[in-house]
Design a binder for this molecule. Structure first.
Ligand SMILES: [Zn+2]
Length: 404
């Protein structure tokens, strides 16, 4: 597992000895560009010999809830464990053993790391590979702080970039689905948000992969509780399927056909994604604006060229932008039959809104336009992110999005 505290990340191993005792070994610091997958392949499930370790802390269940939620997911051991103080042969069946109440945090004495893994060695029989569940099963788990592992298709990534939020409190949202959610007709959402807190490492590799296309991501040891899936300390996100994992009765078939979102209705909540259809009943002309962007890198903050003040210049490409792409944004009010009591306000963007292209062209390009001519136009289905839902006034504020 990997843990971190805001900006500082560290590679950690959870180890278990023949007595069933768990310890966490803190290794070197990690950067977001490190290949976590490589460490998993090298170490997970293998016997290791730890030398030159120092006990940093003896910690208890009450003081390390996150660590113990991981330990609990691996309890009881799958094979009999040795009993302290008894002969080598005495082994105890594990079914009635109480879960551990404490464990040790170990660190390396000097700068050197003495973790020896025999690459030829077979996988330890103490090792319990992640049990993979379908999202539908996870949403039905009772209890809180349950660790869970699942494969999911990431449809939309919403990175928290607000500078007003401290880095260690920033939270990114991954909107995910799988076949168990898509195939359900009623009662549970078709897409769920997975919150990635600052204490979980979202590697550069994953962010880059998701900036290109929708990807299947393996979420290992995420936390389920209070109706939310959260990635915290010791949760690992991987693009590859782990070598060893067990399908805990999960239907892990891949998605077939186009992904469907839940349609906007009376149950839609803030910070979710939904699809909506409706009729344009108003346009907020004051919020309409357009700006030029770089046609090479998409940079939306172009400057005037120092040499020639008539040209635009891109700082990121360090080049003059001769054919900028014009982007536009506008807020429209829709009447939606699925949420007829609410004012539905949608921020639409020209470069992604093909359905509203005509509308925006009329509003922004023509010298004389008439709002009347776009009122009453049918719109749908638009994929949107829900910014807020309020009851007084009864209003839903959304932003059009493009799914990966
Ligand atoms: Zn550029």
């Amino acid at each position: 597992p990997v843990s971190n505290g805001g900006m500082f990340c560290r590679l950690c191993l959870l180890v278990q000895d023949a007595y069933g005792m768990f310890s966490e070994v803190q290794l070197q610091s990690l950067s977001s560009t490190d290949d976590i997958e490589q460490y998993c392949r090298r170490w997970e499930g293998k016997f290791c010999c730890l030398a030159g370790m120092k006990i940093l802390q003896r910690t208890t269940r009450g003081r390390a809830l996150g660590l113990f939620s991981l330990i609990d997911s691996l309890w009881p051991p799958v094979v009999p464990v040795k009993v302290p103080g008894q002969s080598q042969d005495a082994e105890m069946m594990t079914t009635n053993l109480p879960p551990p109440s404490f464990c040790y945090i170990l660190t390396v004495q000097s700068g050197e790391i003495h973790v020896e893994v025999d690459a030829e060695e077979q996988i330890s029989n103490l090792y319990q590979p992640p049990a993979v569940h379908g999202l539908k099963e996870i949403l039905r788990i009772d209890g809180c702080n349950e660790r869970c592992s699942f494969w999911a298709q990431v449809l939309y990534l919403r990175l928290q970039t607000k500078h007003s939020v401290p880095i260690d409190q920033r939270e990114n949202l991954l909107f995910v689905t799988d076949s168990t959610l898509q195939n359900v007709v009623h009662g549970i959402p078709k897409v769920v948000a997975v919150s990635v807190t600052a204490s979980c490492v979202l590697s550069t590799e994953i962010i880059e992969a998701l900036s290109v296309a929708s990807r299947l991501v393996f979420f290992k040891d995420a936390l389920w509780g209070n109706g939310e899936i959260i990635c915290v300390e010791r949760t690992v996100l991987l693009l590859q399927k782990p070598l060893l994992c067990s399908a805990a009765g999960a239907d892990l078939s891949e998605l077939t056909g186009p992904v469907r979102l839940d349609e906007l209705d009376s149950t839609t909540q803030a910070n979710s994604v939904c699809a909506l259809r409706g009729t344009v009943v108003g346009v907020n002309e004051r919020t309409a604006f357009s700006w030029p962007t770089c046609d090479r890198c998409g940079n939306g903050k172009l400057e005037l060229c120092p040499q020639d003040r008539e040209l635009l210049y891109c700082n990121q490409c360090s080049e003059v932008v001769t054919t900028p792409v014009l982007k536009m944004q506008l807020e429209v009010f829709l009447s939606c039959p699925s949420r007829s009591q609410s004012t539905v306000k949608v921020k639409v963007r020209h470069e992604i809104s093909f359905r509203l292209f005509v509308l925006l062209t009329m509003l922004l390009f023509l010298q004389t336009y008439e709002v009347q001519s776009v009122l009453g136009k049918e719109v749908g289905l638009l994929n949107c992110y829900v910014h807020s839902v309020t009851s007084h006034p009864n209003c839903v504020a959304l932003e059009e999005i493009v799914l990966l």
